[in-house]
Design a protein around this ligand. Sequence first.
Ligand code: NAP
Length: 251
Amino acid sequence: MSNSRVAIVTGAARGIGAATAKRLAEDGFAVAVVDLDEKQCAETVSAIGSAGGKALAVGADISDAEQVTAAVDRVAAELGAPQVLVNNAGVLRDNMLFKMSEDDWDTVMGVHLRGSFLMSRAAQKHMVEAGWGRIVNLSSTSALGNRGQANYSTAKAGLQGFTKTLAIELGKFGVTVNAIAPGFIATDMTKATAERVGMSFEDFSKAAVSAIPVGRAGKPEDIANAVSFFVDERSSFVSGQVLYVAGGPKA
Ligand code: NAP
C-alpha cells in the first residue's frame, strides 16, 4: 500500500463519509478519515484496516483554518500528499426563516461552505504539485429549495458554484472537481430530521420513499459509488458536474 494515492474524506466517522472512506480504501487509496472528534473515527479506520486497507484518523473542525492546515499537513506527513479530497462533512440547523437564528445560519455556512473552501485550498497545493487530483463536494437535492432549510439549501447551492469555479481554475493541473447531490439517504442526519419533525424514522422514510421513482431510500454506499466514479483515473474528462443521486431526476 505504500505507493497508493492518498484520499481525505471529511465527516467520515459515520454516514455517507464513512461509506465513502471504506469504498475509496477498497479502490486502493490510503484514506484520511477526518471528523470533529478523532476518537469517533476509530470505527471507520478499523473497518478499513480489517479489510486490508490503510487509514488514518484525524480530528479537525473543518470550519477552522488553523485546524485545517494542521490536519492536511498531518495527512501529508503520515500518509502521503493528498490527491483526492471529498468534502462531505455537514450539519443541519433547520428552521423556518422567521425562526432561524444567526447562529443557525453561520454554523451551516461555516461547515459546508467555509469548510469546503478551507479544505480545498489546503489540499489543492498537493494536487497541483502532483499534476493530478480529484475534489468531490457533497451538495444535496435541497439546493433546489426545501422548506425549513434556507441555510442548508443556500450552502448546498453555493457548493455547486464552488465546484464549477474550482473545475475551471484547477483543470489545467490535472485536477477535476465535481459535486454529488444526494436525495434521501438513510443516515443519522435523516434520523435527526425525522426526530425534529416528530415522526418515527420508519414513517419518515416511508413518506420520502413514496416520492422516489426507484422506490427505495438511498444508502450511504449509493453515494460512495458515485464518488468512486468521479475519483477514478478514467474519469479525467468529467469536471464541473453536479450528479443528482436521488433514485430519480430530483427529490
Ligand atoms: P451525518 O451522518 O450527520 O455525518 C456528518 C459527519 O460530519 C458527522 O460525523 C459530523 O461529526 C461531521 N462534521 C460535522 N461538522 C463537522 C466539522 N465542522 N468538521 C468536521 N466534521 C464535521 O451526515 P450524512 O447524512 O452522512 O451526510 C454527509 C453529507 O451528505 C453532508 O454534507 C450532507 O449535507 C450531505 N447530504 C446528506 C443527505 C442525506 O439524506 N443523508 C442528503 C443530501 C446531502 P459529528 O458527528 O461529531 O457532528
